[in-house]
Design a protein around this ligand. Structure first.
Ligand SMILES: NC(=O)C1=CN([C@@H]2O[C@H](COP(=O)(O)OP(=O)(O)OC[C@H]3O[C@@H](n4cnc5c(N)ncnc54)[C@H](O)[C@@H]3O)[C@@H](O)[C@H]2O)C=CC1
Ligand SMILES: C[N+](C)(C)CC(=O)CC(=O)[O-]
Length: 490
């Protein structure tokens, strides 16, 4: 599949990275002679951060190419994303050239922050081909994309566009009626306007306003948004009580919503000066990397909770797993092979790094635990079996750290069953980063009855699977390092 990116600045670069890392071939047109360097830097950031959101292998990266004309860029593309400056005349010129050369069935998405589809479509040869596909910076990490069709909305086009967006891990939010700035930027502008007033009136600095957001309601918004948060704030009586208590304050009012501060040089200098004092010690690329690491950590935490953007990541993992990612194919249910079993394949995420700049020791155990979970699933000790009252408890673990793993490394774990009789299961995991062996994990587990919390024999299908694998792997030599205790090398 080919994605054509017209305009490769902040947003176009982010789109290019998201499509590319999801296996699409990406063609870029941007007259800026610096575009390749800038996109290269965005891609470096994306490669460090995006693949680590997934706990399964990502697709093989597509091919990136740069082109001298729009015509060449869009030929054969299934998705064309316009991300040129926020000026209607430039966007109209781009659409005219794109439509003269592209596949009429291709989706043309516009990244516009504020224009309505009916404005974008003025003068278009095929009006119904152009939609708003408004993303959020950084496009390669934030999943939201607002999709807006025309006044006579084309349901089939929006459905197709939504499916493509889901395929690259996004959350398509269909906005049924066009308005300026869609939904999110309407909300953001309100906060932005109030913040400008607070600075202009000398009430707060840019840093104090950022602190008011990041130490408080920004954290709430990231996981529950506005209405769910305020529902809880109403106490046991919920939303009605909240409205009764805080509704009357709307009449005061607390804010200056409809007034816009005069956007003169003094205000620009005041804000830019405070922003330099607050954040000028970092370059923009450094700030981007700090932001990306924070976003990855937050989104992975939400993934643990299976909530909001984290729940979306979980669902996307299933999609990626079904599609079969790059590298060695993980076994489907049941194990037939007689070699070590692939039980994990994923990219080292940014939040697994420590102060030494490599994967922290605690994360090795996390990865090995996931590999054990997968092995349990493969022998039939799956969610259904566990719900019926049987499971395994780990009673002893021994890890060896043999080499370093870094952010962006694809790690795999292969598992050997050293013993699997009765209630005992003895596993030996080998972790590699590419071809390098980086760690081993040896674990002894006991089958338990979850009601009595005492050891018990496994069900017949689990016992049978263990016997089959033990027999199949029986011819393999004992792995180097198995049975070692902690000690100094002789
Ligand atoms: N920066 C942001 O936070 C967000 C911006 N957007 C929207 O994305 C669009 C692009 O914004 P940014 O990436 O921020 O701007 P930008 O200034 O970073 O990038 C625009 C790029 O378009 C290129 N360009 C100019 N004329 C062109 C043409 N005729 N054909 C092809 N390329 C051309 C420029 O060389 C530049 O690289 C705008 O519509 C904006 O509203 C949407 C979401 C967030
Ligand atoms: C400032 N902005 C209007 C360009 C912002 C957006 O459109 C979305 C975002 O990423 O905040």
């Amino acid at each position: 599949m080919i994605a054509a990116i017209i305009g490769g600045g902040v947003i176009g670069g982010g789109w290019a990275a998201r499509f590319l890392l999801h296996g699409w071939d990406v063609r870029v047109f941007d007259p800026d002679p610096e575009a390749q360097r800038k996109i290269g830097e965005v891609l470096d950031n994306a490669r460090r951060s995006l693949p680590g959101l997934a706990d399964v292998p990502m697709p093989a990266e597509g091919t990136l190419s740069y082109h001298d004309t729009i015509e060449e860029t869009v030929a054969g593309a299934a998705w064309i994303q316009e991300s040129v400056p926020e000026r209607l005349d430039i966007k109209h010129q781009v659409f005219a050239t794109v439509q003269a050369a592209c596949d009429p069935a291709a989706v043309i998405g516009s990244s516009t922050s504020g224009f309505r589809p009916s404005e974008l479509r003025q003068g278009a040869v095929r009006e119904g081909q152009i939609i708003v596909a408004h993303p959020f910076n950084p496009v390669y990490l934030l999943p939201l994309v607002e999709l807006v069709g025309g006044p006579a909305d084309d349901a089939a086009l929006i459905a197709r566009a939504s499916e493509i967006m889901r395929g690259i891990g996004m959350y398509p939010l269909h906005i049924r009626r066009e308005i300026e700035a869609h939904i999110a930027d309407r909300l953001l502008e309100v906060v932005w306007r109030e913040a400008l007033w607070l600075v202009k009136d000398g009430i707060a600095t840019t840093e104090e306003i950022d602190n008011a957001i990041r130490y408080g309601f920004g954290l709430r918004w990231a996981q529950m948004g506005l209405f769910e948060t305020y529902r809880i704030a109403g106490g046991e009586a919920g939303m009605k009580h909240f409205l009764a208590q805080f509704g009357p304050t709307l009449a005061l009012p607390w804010c200056k919503l409809t007034d816009v501060p005069e956007y003169d040089d003094d205000l620009v200098d005041l804000i830019a000066g405070q922003s330099d004092a607050q954040s000028g010690a970092w370059t923009i690329r450094e700030l981007e990397r700090i932001r990306d690491a924070n976003l990855v950590a937050m989104m992975r935490a939400l993934k643990q909770q299976d909530w909001g953007a984290g729940a979306l990541l979980k669902a996307h993992d299933l999609r990626l797993r079904d599609a079969g990612g790059a590298g060695e194919a993980a076994p489907a249910d049941g194990i037939a092979e007689d070699g070590p079993v692939l039980t994990l394949s994923q990219t080292v995420p940014l939040d697994w790094l420590d102060y030494n700049g490599h994967m922290n020791e605690s994360r090795y155990l996390e990865a090995f635990a996931s590999a054990t979970d997968r092995f349990m699933e493969l022998i039939g000790c799956d969610a259904e079996y566990i719900a019926a009252g049987g499971s395994y408890f780990t009673v002893e673990s021994h890890l060896r750290h043999l080499d370093e793993a870094h952010a962006g490394d694809v790690i795999t774990i292969h598992t050997r069953l050293l013993a699997g009789e009765g209630r005992k299961m003895h596993l030996f995991h080998t972790m590699r980063a590419g071809e390098r062996e980086v760690a081993t994990g040896e674990h002894f587990l006991l089958h338990v009855n979850l009601e009595t919390r005492r050891p018990s024999d496994p069900g017949p299908q689990v016992a049978e699977a263990l016997a089959r694998i033990a027999a199949a792997q029986g011819g393999l030599s004992r792995p180097e390092g198995a049975g070692r205790a902690v000690g100094q090398r002789p």
